[in-house]
Write a protein that binds this ligand. Structure first.
Ligand SMILES: [Fe+2]
Ligand SMILES: [Fe+2]
Length: 333
């Protein structure tokens, strides 16, 4: 007899395969490549006569960025640069075994990867040109993170992969959007524009994944609610969790503490995302029975639980002393 989880995941894979038509209709959430932005559009043009002036102006603006914001930006960039890890793990949804399958899910995964690839590229180029950070240390961190890998804790369950991506795309949209606001307030219009644009990409991705999971719930309410509950039982694993610069063992936590202090991405955001997803997917209205009804109840109480937890985390983070980051030449942030 097949293991019940295996056969259940198998049927989930079949349901996702049946969504190929819907995925095809939603491929418009990828930007048409000939009209898409590229990193070059936001950087000084080093091929023109006045490149020195352009570069000087670019660096002048970047001088205004605080060390704390730089640390958050590096952490975001390192996370984006570990894209190979995310593409590998998202193949649990796309199941593109040959690598160039024409099926809509496979097209989506490749198109998504291609769009995400620009995020790391652009932030990397921005940071390098500013001369504000220790690029070798940043590169070493990226190298470690990709080599260490990434486990979204979706346990090869394809539905969970969609919950995970809906959550993470919204989280990155919020975080890049907040960096954009702070950069603008600190006087770097270039960085503000860069992060705003990246945030716009994340927003399109979020809409796509959220719609796809909504479709799953329409077709398999019990399976969807149970998968969502399983993801919520633990903390959503953050994509850059295993980052390491060769020095600080809990580098991610240190970076997350700065992000929390600057209110770029906080535990309250985490709670609000869960609340948003529960409402958007109309979890409370899904008609389910048995264990799925219990899971439904559990999910509807999640945001409230996290909000209480979030207050405790905020107090703890606020009391944490600043740490030294190799990314900014061992200065404190
Ligand atoms: Fe991204
Ligand atoms: Fe994204």
């Amino acid at each position: 007899m097949p293991d019940s989880n295996t056969s259940c995941f198998q049927s989930h894979h079949e349901l996702l395969a049946n969504l190929e038509g819907t995925v095809g209709e939603n491929l418009g959430f990828l930007a048409p490549i000939d009209r898409a932005w590229q990193p070059t559009d936001f950087l000084p043009d080093l091929a023109t006569e006045n490149w020195k002036d352009q570069l000087a102006d670019f660096r002048d603006q970047a001088r205004e960025i605080s060390d704390e914001l730089l640390v958050v930006l590096v952490g975001d960039m390192v996370t984006e640069e570990a894209l190979p890890n995310y593409s590998v793990s998202l193949n649990v949804i796309a199941r593109d075994e040959q690598g160039d399958a024409p099926r809509p899910w496979a097209q989506w995964l490749r198109g998504w990867t291609a769009e995400e690839n620009r995020h790391g590229d652009l932030l990397n180029a921005y940071l390098r040109l500013t001369g504000r950070v220790n690029m070798r240390s940043v590169e070493l961190t990226v190298h470690h993170l990709i080599a260490r890998g990434f486990n979204p804790k979706t346990n090869e369950e394809p539905y969970s992969g969609l919950v995970y991506t809906s959550f993470q795309e919204r989280a990155t949209r919020i975080s890049h959007g907040n960096v954009a606001k702070l950069a603008g307030a600190q006087g770097d219009a270039n960085l503000a524009k860069i992060c705003q644009r990246i945030s716009g990409d994340e927003s399109r991705h979020e809409t796509f994944y959220t719609r796809m999971f909504d479709k799953v719930l329409d077709l398999d309410a019990s399976g969807g609610v149970l998968a969502f509950r399983d993801m919520m039982r633990g903390l959503i694993s953050m994509p850059g969790r295993l980052m390491y610069d060769g020095k600080i063992p809990d580098l991610f936590d240190q970076f997350a503490a700065v992000a929390q202090r600057l209110e770029v991405y906080t535990v309250h955001d985490y709670a609000r995302i869960i609340d948003h997803l529960v409402k958007t997917w109309r979890i409370g209205e899904r008609s389910v029975t048995g264990p799925a009804a219990k899971a439904q109840d559990y999910l509807c109480r999640q945001a409230e639980r996290y909000a209480t937890f979030a207050n405790r985390i905020r107090e703890y983070q606020a009391s944490r002393p600043p740490a030294r980051f190799s990314w900014i030449y061992d200065r404190k942030a």
